[in-house]
Design a binder for this molecule. Structure first.
Ligand SMILES: Cc1cc2nc3c(=O)[nH]c(=O)nc-3n(C[C@H](O)[C@H](O)[C@H](O)COP(=O)(O)OP(=O)(O)OC[C@H]3O[C@@H](n4cnc5c(N)ncnc54)[C@H](O)[C@@H]3O)c2cc1C
Length: 501
């Protein structure tokens, strides 16, 4: 299915009765309209009246968070137990109906939206029970539809904390976060979702349930299958439950915004912070002043703690946290960095409101909604030591293609990951021409790979990056991925056309 505003959608049935043609199942097997209609009726029976939505009630689930992709499902199934979910999978399997799993639908690569007209969406939102918080084991066990914020709150109540945290925490789910291997603002110290997972329960395309819901810290008994489903974007199985690691709850945390003397000072400053802070540095983000100024203009209550900084200045937003007070470490770092000429100004958050303000400045930075413009977008990562050189190369290359372009970068510089945009400008309504976007995208992807990087650091591949991802990986890697997919989902009914076509 094309992006909104792209290829016109000729048929978009909202229920099975609008189907006029015979449907063709996988591998040439013929499936009649009545087989699909029967399957949909069976699904409704199994799920009960609260367990499904159809027609106009599926509108929200039919479009992704940013409104880039739209496709209505045959039915939106809302199972509340693994048994119900398993019945949905077997009914769909027998009728050769595709399945797209959806958690909070906050994904940024189109993975949660069907690409064809013969898919059922399975929403995990009603599978939202926290099963256990084990403080002694430092683990949490929960169903896939629990939100990241609910997990965080449950952990905190047990004097523990969940490492996972990102802007969509209130809506994004455990299953969705695992399936995209989401990162966020704590990756620097704790890693991505993959680093949190200990065990999983998964419903497979053939209807079997894999019970790998273990909370073992060590298990050298063969393949770590749980990792195969992390980042698989629902193409191999549906995660129904997971056990995640928890950490000791940080009792102290403090953030600061510092203006760096130049981009070249960012990595030495980062190195000083990691060495000096001894495990207390929990976030290190790069913020362009251009974006902060716009946020302060447009977002209610946001204010600039360093209002005199130059329009083209770069800031670092960093956070220290731990079980003991962190203020002395933070002050020592800022004073050392200032003496070394790495930073020229800094503001330390002294209150919760000041802290929230700093993180609002970070979370509101995505420039397309901020400025009302549209350009080429990248979620790239390179080895940390390359990140500034990479940013400079990208900026120069974009300008050589289009001298009026603006490279806007922000984000997890301490992880080697920048959310990077090449924009046509910052006047509301400006849109980059498709041919130019394609040229800039290809040129910047080449730079990313030349640094040994990836074009998807944390947003997954979904529909957006599947063709570009093929070029990033070698033939052997793609062949291994396809072999795994074919072995587990030979009929290609689980999230088809995602990751690869
Ligand atoms: C404001 C905002 C900020 C964000 N910030 C970050 C960030 O800093 N870092 C980051 O990494 N990401 C970020 N994201 C994107 C992030 O990828 C998603 O928020 C999250 O990972 C997806 O969770 P979800 O429940 O919404 O999944 P969905 O969007 O519903 O689905 C995402 C993918 O996972 C699959 N899936 C969902 N549930 C399951 C399941 N139970 N079993 C198998 N497959 C499943 C879907 O089929 C789809 O392919 C942000 C998104 C937003 C909107």
């Amino acid at each position: 299915m094309g992006r909104r505003g792209g290829t016109a959608i000729r048929h978009r049935p909202t229920d099975t009765h609008t189907w006029e043609h015979r449907l063709f199942g996988r591998y040439g097997a013929r499936m009649t309209v009545s087989a699909v209609t029967t399957a949909i009726e069976q699904l409704k029976d199994v799920l009960g009246p609260r367990g499904w939505l159809a027609g106009p009630d599926t509108v929200d689930a039919s479009t992704d968070h940013r409104g880039y992709w739209t496709q209505a499902p045959l039915l939106l199934a809302r199972p509340s137990t693994v048994e119900e979910l398993r019945s949905v999978v077997t009914i769909c399997r027998d009728a050769a109906v595709n399945i797209v799993t959806q958690g909070g639908n906050t994904g940024l690569s189109g993975g949660s939206i069907p690409t064809d007209q013969q898919s059922v969406i399975i929403s995990t939102k009603r599978m939202n029970r926290i099963i256990e918080v084990d403080a002694d084991c430092s683990t949490i066990t929960a169903e896939a539809g629990v939100t990241i914020q609910e997990l965080q709150e449950a952990a905190r109540a047990a004097d523990r904390q969940l490492a996972a945290d990102w802007g969509a925490r209130g809506t994004a789910t455990l299953g969705g976060g695992l399936s995209t291997d989401a990162g966020g603002i704590n990756v620097l110290r704790s890693g991505t979702m993959r680093d949190q997972v200990l065990g999983l329960e998964v419903v497979l395309p053939d209807g079997r349930v894999w019970d790998g819901l273990r909370s073992l810290r060590k298990d050298a008994s063969g393949y770590g299958l749980q990792h195969m489903f992390v980042g698989a974007e629902g193409t191999l199985g549906i995660i129904t439950k997971a056990v995640l690691k928890l950490e000791p709850l940080d009792l102290y945390e403090q953030s600061f915004l510092a203006t760096v003397s130049s981009l070249d000072a960012v990595l030495p400053f980062f190195s000083m912070a990691t060495t000096q802070a001894e495990g207390k540095l929990s976030a290190f983000e790069l913020l362009p002043n251009l974006g902060i100024r716009k946020i302060v203009e447009t977002v209610h209550d946001a204010h600039h703690p360093l209002p005199d900084s130059a329009a083209d200045a770069w800031h670092v937003l960093a956070r220290f946290s731990g079980r003991r007070p962190v203020t002395d470490d933070l002050t020592e770092l800022l004073s050392g960095a200032s003496d070394a000429g790495m930073i020229v100004d800094a503001a330390v958050a002294e209150t919760a409101a000041q802290n929230d303000n700093l993180w609002t400045l970070r979370e509101e930075l995505p420039p397309e909604p901020l400025f009302g413009v549209s350009g080429a977008k990248f979620d790239a990562a390179v080895p940390v030591s390359h990140i500034i050189e990479y940013l400079k190369e990208v900026t120069a290359r974009a300008q050589s293609i289009e001298p009026t372009s603006l490279t806007f970068a922000f984000g997890h510089v301490g992880d080697g990951n920048l959310h990077l945009y090449v924009l046509p400008g910052t006047e509301p309504g400006m849109t980059m021409a498709p041919e130019q976007k394609a040229e800039i995208t290809a040129a910047i992807d080449d730079i990313t790979w030349s640094h040994g990087g990836t074009i998807s650091a944390e947003h997954g591949v979904g529909q957006e990056l599947r063709s570009r991802m093929l070029t990033q990986k070698g033939d052997v890697e793609i062949d291994l991925m396809r072999t795994i997919k074919n072995a587990i989902d030979p009929n290609n009914t689980f999230n088809p056309d995602k990751l690869f076509t």
